[in-house]
Write a protein that binds this ligand. Structure first.
Ligand code: FAD
Length: 489
């Protein structure tokens, strides 16, 4: 028994949600599109899970953050899929795929065939056991570590619910966060505002080592320390101690130290979900290799989101990005590439990453390769950095910017201007971006606003201006305020 569709999307995450919306905009007919997702809920804005979802007061909960609210778009609740004739098969894993026959087999035993397939399976968290095999000594770890009730991961709503439960039941206790990337940083901030004492452990010399310069990292680490977060750097977890309930009660590190733990959050990286297509499609950078139309080595199969390795024109190489903006934009692009291929050019994407922690908010554009210069006031609210490679501006970073400033930075980075004088770039700072795009910055500070196109990137200048007052407020009061004042995804 089976069903046939013109378009099938495997995966029901961010990329699937945005692609569905685009299909409807393009006039797809009822019954033509099917989405199969392992998750039991309709596509949602995943970044909310490490931000609004973890707030102690007025936390974000579905259905409030279904796609596409992250870009101020329509909120696509399950009813929307139904009304638009989209078959949304939830809670169902695709078990195998045969790209030659154009069929998929689901875990419920159904065969689904397609004319065009979009793979949007995203990635899964690296559980400690895998990490251990990859990087640590084998004999000290057991698989049961994965199931310790107070060890949390964060990829989907089920993980987030578990994290919330554990966090709330350990209020006032000790939390150890493994990993210093953006999930680790965002979780650490959330744990603090939920009244946990947080220690972050990571092997690098600084947080956000893949993106931040040491100077930028130092700013965020100092800020975190001012909130009570402790950092243990240059070492890794080797084993856990368990109490008689099977819960982790301490974390042992390679440097010989032991950290007491009432809970552990693991944010050590992700693996793209490519296994359905290993041996069937060409892979690169750990993902499914696609061309500028997001088309894989099989002409009927496309891939988007975290699972896809695509040519990033502006940096001149194929990359796999694990960020929401690229998933959303690739989703829109792939629909156009399938429906009107002759009118669709190559995906021309400027990498864009962002994060928000506590009252801070940063955005990054382009590539962090080559020489770097910093600008702005690192003891104040707004500062940033430019990266120059082969004589051209290739990347830019800004903390605490306005909508207008972020847009200027994005536009300037996209233009890749030639840099004559690094010292001049450094002294001009943000002015440089406005000069490049030949637009004077507003004389008055712009209204508190979002990032380049995203409502979720709202920085908080107004708040910064009153830092002295707010700092005096309690963490709980802050969390309450934070939850009410901001978009929470
Ligand atoms: P996903 O959104 O992960 O969706 C993949 C879907 O495929 C899931 O529903 C999964 O269950 C399903 N699936 C997988 N395999 C199968 C199968 N065999 N059968 C059926 N279904 C399957 N990015 C930023 O830029 N800024 C942020 O602040 C930010 N915060 C984040 C916070 C968290 C907690 C997480 C986890 C990610 C965050 N990201 C952020 C990254 C961003 O969410 C991802 O880049 C984005 O979700 C990728 O979209 P996707 O559709 O490719 O994958």
């Amino acid at each position: 028994m089976g069903r046939a569709f013109v378009y099938v999307i495997i995966g029901g995450g961010v990329a699937a949600g945005y692609a569905a919306h685009e299909f409807v905009q393009a006039g797809v007919s009822s019954g033509e599109l099917c989405i199969i997702s392992e998750e039991p809920v309709a596509p949602y804005e995943r970044p909310a899970l490490s931000k609004g979802y973890l707030l102690p007061e007025a936390p974000a909960r579905l259905p409030s953050f279904h796609c596409c609210v992250g870009t101020n778009g329509e909120r696509l609740a399950p009813k929307w899929y139904n009304e638009n004739g989209i078959e949304l098969i939830l809670g169902t894993r695709v078990k195998s795929a045969d790209v030659r026959r154009k069929t998929l087999l689901t875990a419920t035993g159904e065969t689904i065939s397609y004319k065009y397939l979009i793979v949007a399976t995203g990635a899964r968290v690296l559980k400690l056991f895998c990490f251990y095999i990859l990087a640590l000594k084998l004999e000290e770890f057991g698989v049961n570590t994965l199931d310790a009730p107070n060890v949390c991961y964060l990829r989907d709503v089920a993980d987030a619910d578990r994290l919330v439960d554990v966090m709330q039941s350990r209020s006032g206790g000790q939390a150890v966060v493994i990993g210093g990337g953006y999930i680790g940083m965002e979780c650490a901030a959330s744990l603090v505002i939920n009244n946990l004492n947080v220690t972050m452990v990571f092997p690098e010399a600084q947080c956000m080592a893949r993106l931040f310069t040491p100077k930028i990292a130092a700013f965020y680490e100092e800020f975190y320390q001012s909130k009570g977060v402790k950092f243990v750097k240059g070492t890794v977890l080797t084993s856990f101690d368990f109490n008689s309930d099977g819960k982790v009660c301490a974390v042992n590190l390679r440097d010989g130290s032991k950290l007491p733990a009432d809970m552990v959050v693991v944010g050590i990286g992700i693996r793209p979900n490519t296994s359905l297509f290993e041996g069937q499609l060409t892979m690169e950078k750990g993902g499914i290799k696609v061309n500028g139309k997001m088309q894989s080595s099989n002409s009927s199969v496309y891939a988007i989101g975290d699972v896809a390795a695509f040519p990033v024109k502006i940096v001149g190489e194929t990359r796999r990005l694990e960020h929401v903006d690229s998933s959303r934009r690739a989703a829109r692009h792939v629909v156009s590439a399938i429906i009107v291929p002759e009118k669709t050019g190559e995906f021309d994407y400027l990498p864009f990453f962002y994060s928000r922690v506590f009252t801070l908010s940063w955005q990054f554009y382009g590539d962090n390769a080559g020489e770097v210069v910093h600008f702005g006031d690192f003891s104040g609210n707004t500062f940033g950095a430019y990266w120059m490679n082969k004589g051209h501006l290739v990347g830019s970073f800004l903390e605490g910017g306005t909508k207008e400033q972020y847009e200027a930075l994005a536009q300037a980075t996209r233009l890749k201007p030639k840099i004559e004088d690094l010292a001049e770039l450094e002294s001009q700072g943000l002015e440089y971006a406005f000069n490049v795009i030949q637009k004077p910055p507003s004389p008055r500070p712009a209204e508190v606003g979002g990032g380049s196109t995203l409502v979720l990137d709202k920085p908080l200048h107004v708040w910064h201006a009153t830092t002295g007052v707010i700092v005096a407020a309690s963490v709980a009061a802050f969390a309450y305020w934070y939850g009410r004042k901001r978009k929470r995804w």
